[in-house]
Design a protein around this ligand. Structure first.
Ligand code: SF4
Length: 317
């Protein structure tokens, strides 16, 4: 197995908790102001109606979702803990008591190392941040969508907030001890590699602890699909996507944990590009490209290859 040239989440978990930590996706039945009409009814142009949901909300409370998944995963491996990831839509949207209730419901669950909460920066306020900061878990991550640091792009994808809003809440959250995981996308409509590099410079400048780098794909039933069919945009080729990703990693602070390097589309929802379905091939190609080009996370910032990227060689990824 080739050595890591970036800082993967698996290694971070091993350093932090001394064991493997697996994520369990939880669905709190949340909504989104960019879908329910408060900001817009259409949503971000790349977002489908499911909003990355598991569909379990409404059929099972969060505790049951966690316990069922934990039981299943413990039959496959031992010496493992879990991170509950409240993923779908914008989970801090709505009254603060709703978020408080989620934290209460998940508190004290067995083998729970921490939680991650996905949301938009404009769905935060001081009270909600305090709830997350004071939640009774060893670690709280806030998965915060930026996508691009360019307001022109954010308008084009109907994001409904600007980059300054992300910067404000990433700073407040990071400074308060909540770990921020920034979500960004390569190949957004109208963007160049230089635009993506500038987005990463903004991420580097903030108290961000983690990043998810998604490659733009066209999901069926989205505005993006219509624009693609009308010839208004084209997703990156796999080769170009790799170029962006590898270049982006070289520009990323080496202390930022890489939670994801790719999107994870379902075959039934993917319209294009077809290569986005083969995630293993894409990840292997990324690692190979880092190795052959002799580059690593942070190299373009003048940082040496960090020894902590490989603290646990059993678990690259
Ligand atoms: S903020 Fe998230 S859930 Fe809301 S429309 Fe955009 S991608 Fe979808």
């Amino acid at each position: 197995m080739s050595p890591n040239r970036f800082y993967p989440l698996s290694v971070y978990f091993r350093r932090r908790f001394g064991c493997r930590v697996r994520k369990i996706a939880l669905d709190a039945g949340s909504s989104c102001p960019n879908r329910d009409g408060l900001i817009s009814a259409g949503g971000c142009t790349f977002c489908n109606e499911k909003g990355s949901g598991t569909g379990l909300a409404g059929t099972q409370p969060l505790r049951r979702q966690f316990l069922t998944a934990r039981e299943r995963m413990l039959t496959r491996e031992k010496d493992v803990r879990f991170m509950g990831y409240i993923q779908s839509f914008s989970n801090t949207y709505g009254p603060a008591d709703r978020l408080r209730g989620m934290m209460r419901e998940l508190a004290g669950l067995p083998d729970l190392a921490g939680i991650a909460v996905g949301t938009r920066p404009d769905c935060l306020d001081e009270e909600k941040l305090a709830i997350l900061r004071d939640a009774p878990f060893e670690e709280v991550w806030l998965d915060l969508g930026l996508q691009s640091a360019h307001d022109k792009t954010l308008r084009r994808i109907n994001r409904g907030h600007d980059a300054a809003c992300f910067a404000e809440w990433a700073k407040k959250a990071g400074d308060s001890g909540v770990k921020v995981c920034a979500h960004v996308i390569t190949g957004l409509p109208g963007e160049t590699l230089a635009d993506f590099e500038q987005t990463l410079a903004v991420v580097n400048s903030l108290p961000v602890s983690g990043i998810k780098i998604h490659n733009l794909y066209i999901c069926r039933g989205t505005v993006l699909e219509r624009q693609w069919r009308d010839g208004e945009l084209e997703p990156l080729s796999q080769a170009d996507s790799l170029t962006w990703l590898v270049r982006g990693l070289t520009l990323l602070r080496p202390d930022i944990v890489v939670h994801r390097l790719n999107s994870d589309p379902d075959a039934s929802e993917l319209a294009a590009p077809g290569w986005a379905l083969d995630k293993t091939k894409y990840l292997n190609a990324t690692k190979q490209c880092l190795l052959e080009s002799d580059v690593w996370q942070g190299k373009a910032l003048g940082m040496p290859l960090s020894e902590w990227f490989n603290l646990d060689g059993r678990e690259n990824g």
